[in-house]
Write a protein that binds this ligand. Structure first.
Ligand code: MOS
Length: 738
């Protein structure tokens, strides 16, 4: 059977996107649409003392102004972290006169046009009684508290006897690493259109990574049965974690639409993206690493402090990676949160693992330099053959091969280990590496597959393609199971009318939705197979189902390929317009006999200008074990994209919060630096493909976030190698190097 899986199929939605036919949330044409604008709080903590909406209400085109005085009461939402809810920010705005973060909406103005709404929003007069906001993690670290369990992760962890192992270690290293607040900043800003019909049903177009989760949050907030809410989002212009829970702006839009009896659109500005949809928490991470002379790790202690808030929480679980990455018998980790007044942090681009790997993989590099031993050799000496946390076997692990292939492709053997030893003219050259690691999450997912009378198929699942290629890889999976060419398979995503998926987050789609699509398409195929086997008029009559294979729209007897019949002929003879199959995967409740984790090895060459402290990436390589690769092209794009995030994290991205005013100092893409093409020269990614018989029916662990994880440390390690300067605080700026 020809296999669509593994091919480098072009994006099936590529043409729609480049021709502008892909419709994003803000672009849906809804009859009678009105436009909303937010009035953001100018203070970060305190209360509203006076609120005058009269000028705004009498401005041209204004239909209404919603404030805490007239808005509906919304109970605290259930948390996605600890209560299987849909929200990170569980406390909503417009509920009372309290201000808990700068930019908190204090009013929503709705007008006939966008410009009228914007103008009237400026006319809302608000006076505040301001209190000094808590903005600095260090200042309140003494108030840090444990977090609620998240996906089984608790605040404190220990195995063995770390204090004793540290006291007996030949070599001991103790350092603090920090990472800053970062904002997701997808290209597509968030937007919602909400429209109620006469029967009290709500339809919402929202930019979301998970239509079903957004629906759940809306139904909860509005006090509606879930089937009264429909959420539609066929295309997403990048999510990065910002769009995988329901945020207040979406709920407020639905309320405004109900309040006014008109459909309402709210499109956030870029500046509002810094106050409306979470951020990656700042972290302070203390590491203590103990080892024997030969580099064998004997103890790792990894304590992290991150941001909490009064309005909702997402713990940045930085030390997770430390529990599993190396075969170290004595490990202690903890995460503590500090309540600040800067909004709720959320998950962003490999949450936990990205900042945690920066700390751990920097510390390993420091240990390698101190011993000294080659950084790859150090990692091989501590290679975890089984999961050191649970003792369970890995479902698959090709990390050793990733190191080996990466080292060979990068020509690592030519590296002079001494810092400041390699130069190119006046520039310092540094080579660094780090391990990449990210768990492979299995989330509940279901799909349907419909084989139609014309021999084409439609596959549906209520999840999202964030731009990563999900439409394309699901087309391939369906195409293989159905024996249809990819152009005869249509995949439909992003609508709550489709079967449930938790959504596209945690690099879970290929692992979770993939098997659901496979089951649904196999089910549909098998139904048609059985129609033929039981039908005397079919050339397949009387054969067993095992004997039947599919290709190019035909069913045939594997050992007698001339005995064949098409889907079209079988459906026609039975007078069927279509045959439907279903697939349901509940991986969360699947008993785990194996630990599932993706791995990789990342290599970076930097050039540092010693006069200006300027760091440029010269080349970067990642070699990854993500199990089976469903699409070589989209997987490689994801890996490269993840590495670009890592470049941003290491060198550029940093949201600075004003210490007195509690707001982002430069909430725009001029002040928030993201990598651009000039920052990303030769970058390459490769995969070690191994059979993973345990992860799922596809053998695919999931890609995407894994490629973010090792990158920041690999860059910091390369900067150390170039300059002899160890930078432990991200981002690495030229000020730090001078
Ligand atoms: Mo991801 S940061 O779980 O969208």
């Amino acid at each position: 059977m020809s296999s669509a899986i593994g091919a480098a199929l072009d994006r099936v939605d590529g043409r729609l996107k480049v021709t502008g036919q892909a419709t994003y949330a803000a672009e849906f044409a809804v009859k009678g649409l009105t436009h909303a604008a937010l009035v953001p709080s100018r203070i970060a903590r305190g209360r509203i003392t006076q609120l005058d909406t009269s000028a705004a209400e009498s401005a041209p085109g204004v239909l209404g102004v919603m404030t805490h005085r007239n808005a509906a009461r919304i109970p605290r939402l259930k948390s996605v972290v600890s209560e299987q809810g849909a929200a990170v920010q569980t406390v909503l705005p417009l509920q009372n006169d309290l201000i808990r973060y700068a930019g908190q909406p204090v009013a929503v103005v709705v007008a006939e046009t966008y410009e009228q709404a914007q103008y009237a929003a400026e006319l809302v007069r608000v006076q505040y009684e301001a209190q000094p906001p808590r903005t600095r993690l260090e200042q309140y670290a003494h108030e840090a508290y444990p977090h609620q369990p998240m996906l089984g992760i608790v605040s404190d962890y220990s195995r063995g006897d770390p204090p004793r192992a540290l006291s007996e270690a030949d070599v001991c290293l103790e350092q603090t690493y920090t990472t800053p607040i970062e904002h997701h900043n997808p290209m597509e800003p968030h937007a919602t259109i909400a429209a109620w019909d006469a029967t009290g049903r709500l339809a919402v177009y929202d930019t979301t990574q998970g239509v079903h989760l957004t629906r759940q949050g809306l139904a909860e907030a509005l006090g509606l049965p879930i089937d009264k809410v429909r959420v539609v989002c066929p295309f997403v212009g990048g999510g990065f974690g910002a769009k995988n829970v329901v945020w207040p702006y979406t709920i407020l839009t639905a309320f405004a639409a109900r309040h006014l009896g008109r459909p309402v659109k709210l499109a956030l500005t870029r500046a509002q993206m810094f106050t409306s949809a979470g951020y990656r928490s700042q972290t302070h991470q203390e590491l203590k690493v103990g080892a024997r002379r030969d580099g064998t790790l004997t103890a790792i202690v990894h304590h992290a402090i991150a941001i909490g808030s009064e309005i909702g929480e997402f713990p940045e679980t930085a030390p997770e990676v430390t529990k599993i990455l190396y075969a170290c018998p004595n490990v202690e980790t903890s995460v503590r949160l500090v309540r600040l007044d800067i909004g709720a942090p959320s998950n962003m681009r490999a949450p936990g693992e990205a900042p945690g790997s920066f700390a751990l993989e920097s510390a390993l590099d420091e240990l390698a330099a101190a011993l000294p031993v080659d950084p790859i050799e150090l990692r091989l000496r501590n290679y975890a053959e089984a999961d050191p946390d649970t003792g369970m076997p890995w479902s698959s692990k090709a990390l050793r091969a990733s190191y080996e292939q990466g080292a060979e492709r990068f020509a690592w053997a030519q590296r002079n280990p001494a810092p400041q030893s390699m130069r190119d003219g006046g520039l310092l050259v540094g080579w660094g590496m780090a391990t990449a690691s990210y768990p492979s999450y299995g989330f509940p997912a279901a799909a349907t597959a419909v084989i139609r009378a014309d021999g084409s198929a439609i596959v549906r699942c209520g999840t999202a393609d964030l731009g990563t290629g999900q439409y394309t890889v699901m087309t391939q999976i369906a195409s293989d199971a159905l024996g249809l060419e990819p152009e005869h398979v249509v995949v439909q995503l992003g609508d709550t009318e489709q079967p449930f998926s938790l959504g596209a987050s945690g690099s879970s789609s290929v692992r979770s939705v993939g098997p659901a699509v496979r089951l649904a398409t196999e089910d549909a195929r098998n139904r048609v197979v059985h129609l033929a086997l039981e039908d005397q008029a079919s050339p397949l009559f009387g054969y067993s189902a095992d004997a039947i294979a599919v290709e190019r729209g035909d069913l045939f007897v594997r050992h007698e390929p001339a005995r064949r019949e098409s889907y079209v002929a079988i459906l026609a003879r039975h007078g069927l317009g279509q045959v439907t199959g279903t697939g349901n995967v509940d991986l969360v409740s699947t008993p785990a006999q194996h630990r599932v984790n993706a791995f990789g090895a990342q290599f970076v060459e930097v050039r540092v200008d010693p006069d200006f402290g300027l760091v440029r990436i010269h080349r970067a390589l990642g070699v990854f074990d993500i199990g089976r690769v469903i699409n070589r092209k989209t997987a490689r794009s994801q890996a490269i994209g993840g590495m670009v995030f890592g470049i941003g994290m290491a060198l550029l991205e940093h949201t600075q919060i004003h210490p007195q005013f509690g707001k982002a100092i430069s909430p725009d893409l001029a002040g928030y630096l993201l990598p651009v093409h000039a920052d990303v020269p030769a970058i390459d990614a490769a995969f070690i493909e191994v059979e993973d018989p345990y992860v799922n029916s596809l053998g695919a662990k999931g890609a995407g976030e894994i490629a973010v994880t090792g990158m920041a440390a690999a860059i910091a390690n390369a900067v150390y190698h170039a300059t002899g300067r160890r930078i432990r605080n991200l981002p690495i700026t030229n000020q730090a190097l001078l």
